[in-house]
Design a protein around this ligand. Structure first.
Ligand SMILES: [Zn+2]
Length: 67
C-alpha cells in the first residue's frame, strides 16, 4: 500500500522501529540484528574470503556469535 505520508511521519517511523523488534520465543529477549563477519575458504582458488551476513542475536545464541 503506497500512501503519501506528510504529517506524523516521525511517529510512524517510531512505530515501525518498535514493530521491527522481535522477541525470542525461547528466552524472551529482544532479538538484536548484528552484522556477523566470518571467514570462508574458497576451495577453488585457495583464498580466504570475508563474508558477512545479518544475524539475529539473543541470549540463546549470543555465546556462539560473540566468541
Ligand atoms: Zn533466545
Amino acid at each position: 500500500m503506497a500512501k503519501r505520508v506528510t504529517k506524523g511521519f516521525a511517529s510512524k517511523t517510531q512505530k515501525a522501529l518498535r514493530d521491527s523488534k522481535k522477541h525470542c520465543a525461547v528466552c524472551g529477549e529482544p532479538i538484536e540484528l548484528v552484522k556477523h563477519i566470518f571467514t570462508q575458504k574458497d576451495s577453488n582458488t585457495d583464498t580466504i574470503r570475508f563474508k558477512e551476513k545479518m544475524v539475529g542475536v539473543c541470549n540463546c545464541n549470543r555465546n556462539e556469535i560473540y566468541k
